[in-house]
Design a binder for this molecule. Sequence first.
Ligand SMILES: *[C@@H]1O[C@H](CO)[C@@H](O)[C@H](O)[C@H]1NC(C)=O
Ligand SMILES: *[C@@H]1O[C@H](CO)[C@@H](O)[C@H](O)[C@H]1NC(C)=O
Ligand SMILES: *[C@@H]1O[C@H](CO)[C@@H](O)[C@H](O)[C@H]1NC(C)=O
Ligand SMILES: CC(=O)N[C@H]1CO[C@H](CO)[C@@H](O)[C@@H]1O
Length: 597
Amino acid sequence: FSLCNFRDLIYSRTMMNKVFGGTVHRKSVREDGVFSITLDNSCSLFRGLQKEENVLLTHGDSVDKVADGFKVVAQSGNIAAAIANEQKKLYGTQFHPEVDLTERGMDMLRNFLFEIAGCSSNFTVQNRQLNCISEIREKVDKSKVLLSGGVDSTVCTALLNKALNQEQVIAVHIDNGFMRKRESQSVEEALTKLGIKLKVVNAAHTFYNGTTTLPISEEDRTPRKRISKTLNMTTNPEEKRKIIGDTFVKVANEVIGEMNLKPEDVFLAQGTLRPDLIESASHLASGKAEVIKTHHNDTELIRKLRDEGKVIEPLKDFHKDEVRALGRELGLPEEIVSRHPFPGPGLAIRVICADEPYICKDFAETNNILKIITDFSASVKKPHTLLQRVKSCISDEEEEKLMQITSLHSLNAFLLPIKTVGVQGDSRSYSYVCGVSSKEAPHWDSLMFLARLIPRICHSINRVVYVFGSHVKEPPTDITPTFLTTGVLSTLRQADFVAHSILRESGYSSKISQMPVILTPLHFDRDPLQKQPSCRRSVVIRTFITSDFMTGIAATPDNQIPEEVVLKMVNEIKKIPGISRVMYDLTSKPPGTTEWE
Ligand SMILES: *[C@@H]1O[C@H](CO)[C@@H](O)[C@H](O)[C@H]1NC(C)=O
Ligand SMILES: *[C@@H]1O[C@H](CO)[C@@H](O)[C@H](O)[C@H]1NC(C)=O
Ligand SMILES: *[C@@H]1O[C@H](CO)[C@@H](O)[C@H](O)[C@H]1NC(C)=O
Ligand SMILES: CC(=O)N[C@H]1CO[C@H](CO)[C@@H](O)[C@@H]1O
């Protein structure tokens, strides 16, 4: 039995000759998109489907003639979208049955597995739960299990509680002061309902006042170290993470010390999921994440347990949606189960800290290029040295579309003097954000188009955001000094709470994989005559849709999320004291990572 994507076949020359008789047509540009295909629903693969179905198709390589024994069983225009040899039970599709965008893809896979290949299904959440439970019992036996973590570990805690005796499970939650509003309470409440006692350690002030040791300077290779500033005075993202990691180790060691646990009697449980493993294996996605994760758990006891193979990860074969199903099965409330993933260092990495603006020597030139892009229809009429640079980065069709957009809409684009993390080529970079504002109401398709174009033309730009509100005439060129202090965090916590409550009430929470809300040190619209100091901050809403956790897109308002939901978030966030403007991140990954830091 075989079901595969054309592309896999096409790149194997022997398969290509065998199946297609050597006639594959290659186009220079590949484009994925949702297309309606016409299919032959007498073919076993398509049984029960309509004659027309929407699928995510890869236009690119296509088949002109099929080999003997095969026939074309689906078409998109004059392109073969699927071929089959029913006798040999071989099937090939030019589209992706495995993605959500192929509406009936699951039915096709079901047909293939159960009707064609004769598989039967026992890989159910219930069965897997039973398997997990017997594995845990066998491994842990009479020992104790220690767990620490936030909401991500709640399902793991509930599972262990079901598998073992109550006194064997020790659940600790260290509140680092970077949790969301009501997060620690809701974890505690949900676990209490299941009869699990959670030890909550409030360590917020220890974290804000935490320090780490750093090399004397970047050039200094000697083991000499200096003590960093306290976290509440640190702006460098790497240093912030390192302090949080070190402080976690310090607090965890204290807690473990107080409990008098003997290493020989203890197992350590972690709520690691399949995507965590995938994510840390991919250099594109992980960056420093892996380092941070090990660092976090690197207490003396934990290291010892790891060396002895006494770390258990019962959810390591589960994907996020499967963990959610398991959580429901275990009786956890929907609020906890359907919550979006949240990073370990929490809100700390969603505050862009700064004590000075980020303005490098390319600032002015990049702003000039941005002007040419947003005034493209006028710029092409007068010669400009930078115009050629813009043109050399875009295709003819893109040039045409840019002409059209810039003649229809009055947009302006400008650099914002802050840094965020992104992926350019194969490496991480900390670089500028580009803001776009418009005189008219936002036209989202055009903005998304610009957001794809701009980082390709200007490599020092990692992200593009839309700035809500009136046309920005004077973009800020300095910043509001911003550190991880109680006040700053409570502003972000409030904005995050408002945005997520609105998303949840709208019913679109499950359509968005993650929605970081970020606080930036940007104060717009200051009166230059009154010399008002920069004292307000601006919030960014980053909607992110992904299924593989390695790449993803921002939700387009009016397409994947209703514009009115976004506008409601914007209006409510603007009411929070100290907020200047609200922005919407338009960037896909790459070039922008999910998180801003
Ligand atoms: C499904 O059945 C197979 C064969 O009996 C077995 O090996 C496997 O463990 C079962 N899977 C689950 C999740 O129960
Ligand atoms: C902050 O930490 C330092 C040591 O690093 C300590 O001396 C000081 O008392 C702490 N301050 C507060 C307010 O906790
Ligand atoms: C940081 O914390 C220390 C000690 O807790 C405090 O003295 C200092 O004023 C704080 N700094 C800021 C910027 O809030
Ligand atoms: C036992 C323990 O502390 N596990 C934690 C290890 O670090 C990851 C990432 O921060 C947490 O999610 C685990 O809960």
